[in-house]
Design a protein around this ligand. Structure first.
Ligand code: SF4
Length: 273
């Protein structure tokens, strides 16, 4: 069955304000690698510094909650850093993650929340959710960083409970609200008896976004959008398999300064890097 995810959506269409750096050919390279018979085209993914910081910061929060005594231990941050092998990282990564660990130890805001799920970030992809929207069915993949449960004061009389899906962030870029859209749609299927909300929490600036919600109509729109993307993506992959020479037409290049940070610039003949 066709599938969709936030990552596929973001590879299909740029986030607001990122139009200049968006390149469809990157999606082509990513998704056709398994279809290529020549293994020499296989491109290893390299992480940027901010991706590395984000991954290690999430792992740090996870380690604190796996062993909550570390939250109060005077050398708790160093112990967590050991578990993350932080001292093998380059200084800029090490310093930023260490700062995040110290901030989190000083204000472990998740400690008082009812944690339903807290992921380390390197778990296998979770099972897909089958989304049905009119005639279109597709598999939705959504990996969550953290889920907490709460009974909001205004819901007590109705005994309604709320599930909050929290995505951890680092850095200064604004979060992409489409990620929250996908979480809310996934939450509707996974937690049908709960009010589902989403939020972003920046571990570096220690700031949380507003709670994000979606009406049933909005969730239908999101499902339609993802169904369209899932179908088009499969059609393009099949067209490529039938005619590999159509690669450039199916996944048009958009070179620019962003080619420097592209994982495929070594192989891409359009690279401006
Ligand atoms: S190197 Fe540039 S043109 Fe080629 S896939 Fe990457 S971003 Fe696109």
């Amino acid at each position: 069955m066709e599938f969709a995810s936030y990552h596929l959506w973001s590879q299909f269409e740029p986030a607001l304000g990122w139009e200049d750096t968006h390149c469809q050919m990157q999606r082509g390279w990513r998704w056709t690698q398994t279809a290529r018979s020549d293994d020499s085209h296989s491109v290893p993914f390299t992480e940027t510094i901010w991706q590395k910081v984000g991954k290690l910061a999430q792992q740090g929060v996870y380690e604190f909650h796996r062993d909550p005594l570390l939250l109060k231990h005077p050398r708790g941050c160093e112990r967590v850093a050991d578990r993350l092998y932080l001292y093998y990282e380059v200084a800029v990564v090490r310093d930023r993650v260490m700062q995040i660990l110290r901030q989190y130890q000083a204000d472990p805001w998740l400690r008082d929340r009812q944690i339903v799920l807290l992921n380390r970030g390197d778990e296998p992809i979770p099972p897909p959710i089958e989304v049905c929207i009119n005639e279109d069915n597709f598999y939705l993949y959504a990996a969550f960083d953290c889920i907490v449960r709460s009974v909001e004061r205004e819901f007590v009389a109705q005994n309604r409970q709320q599930i909050e899906i929290i995505d951890f962030k680092t850095g200064i870029a604004d979060p992409d609200l489409r990620q929250a859209d996908v979480y809310l749609l996934a939450g509707k299927y996974l937690y049908p008896d709960f009010d589902v909300v989403a939020s972003f929490y920046n571990l570096e600036t220690m700031t949380s976004s507003e709670l994000i919600t979606a009406t049933p109509e909005r969730l239908d729109d999101i499902a339609h959008k993802l169904a369209t993307i899932a179908k088009l993506h499969q059609q393009q992959l099949q067209a490529y398999q039938l005619d590999p020479t159509s690669f450039d037409r199916l996944f048009p290049p958009h070179p620019g300064t962003h080619c420097r940070a592209c994982n495929f610039n070594y192989h891409c003949t359009y690279s401006a890097a």
